[in-house]
Design a protein around this ligand. Structure first.
Ligand code: SF4
Ligand code: SF4
Length: 301
């Protein structure tokens, strides 16, 4: 039997997703526009998960650091029982509306998150256990308050994704989705991820400015041998840094080595492993000797 794992971007809590999945060729009837009677209804009651690229775009739009953005505009949540962290938009204080909602519409429209762009379509990202790459399919979300479904416009999901600028957003979130799917599909045999690996995942995926400081810290530069031009590129560009972060996590969490270790550090690590296996062998030898002593002692009695 082949299991399928899914990471979804269902944009609103309790959304009744039409259960059948479809691909990008499916035509939907939908249009949202200013002046429609339900204007802003969808932004008045939010449950929106953010991708790392969503955070990057929003913090750039607001001109603040990722740490400040996380503090002011988001809430953390656990994506699964292993504690893999996700981040959602934090609604207004004592309310359910989005902090970016204005009477004119979305206050961060050019940089609105993936889930807002997709609505009323839900993205279902799946990966089969025996396959490395994920596949995307979609589902339609029909909520009573959304009158866009009555508008006389037919459009395929692929065309809708293009119109909403989603190709770029999906492409740049792919590495993150693959990490989540891989972590979920690792299952209980790999065990619960350590607290440190979960913290690392959170920092790299969501707090890009703290990750930038980490990349320049001695803890990182002492261990990893990154060419100077590559370091320059990732330090100067948030998107390049984010993509490097996914690569770094694949190395740290799944042992997919693509970043060279410094010779000295690698040597030290090799010595540590040797020392550890030497110790295990020594302990096993001592245990065997003790067992033999006990056995001979028994004979003498
Ligand atoms: S970010 Fe914009 S589109 Fe998304 S919920 Fe907030 S106001 Fe609405
Ligand atoms: S048509 Fe739907 S998406 Fe557009 S404003 Fe109304 S509720 Fe929101």
């Amino acid at each position: 039997m082949t299991d399928t794992y899914m990471a979804t971007d269902l944009p609103f809590a309790g959304s009744p997703v039409v259960p059948q999945m479809c691909d990008g060729n499916k035509t939907i009837q939908f249009q949202c526009h200013k002046g429609i009677a339900c204007w802003n209804a969808c932004c008045s009651n939010i449950d929106i998960s953010l991708t790392p690229y969503d955070i990057l775009r929003l913090k750039q739009h607001l001109g603040i650091s990722s740490s400040d953005f996380l503090l002011q505009y988001t809430l953390p949540y656990e994506m699964d029982q292993n504690g893999i962290a996700g981040v959602k938009l934090r609604p207004v204080e004592n309310g359910t509306a989005c902090q970016f909602m204005t009477p004119e519409g979305c206050g961060v429209y050019q940089d609105r998150p993936t889930a807002c762009r997709y609505y009323p379509v839900a993205l279902l990202s799946m990966r089969k256990q025996d396959e490395y790459t994920d596949t995307q399919s979609y589902a339609l979300v029909k909520e009573e308050h959304c009158l866009g479904h009555n508008e006389p416009r037919n459009i395929t999901i692929d065309e809708y994704r293009k119109e909403q600028g989603l190709e770029e957003y999906d492409e740049l979130a792919r590495g993150w989705r693959q990490l989540i799917l891989k972590k979920k599909s690792s299952g209980p045999s790999v065990g619960k991820p350590s607290k440190r690996s979960l913290q690392l995942f959170f920092m790299v995926c969501y707090d890009i400015d703290t990750f930038r400081s980490f990349v320049t810290s001695e803890g990182f530069t002492g261990l990893y041998d990154l060419p100077a031009d590559e370091t320059g590129k990732i330090l100067a560009d948030d998107t390049a840094l984010m993509l490097f972060g996914f690569r770094f996590l694949r190395q740290v969490l799944f042992g997919e080595n693509s970043i060279n270790l410094k010779t000295e550090a690698a040597e030290k690590r090799r010595e540590q492993v040797q020392k550890m296996s030497g110790q295990i062998e020594r302990e096993a030898r001592e245990k065997r000797a003790a067992e033999q002593d006990e056995m001979y002692g028994g004979d003498e009695d």
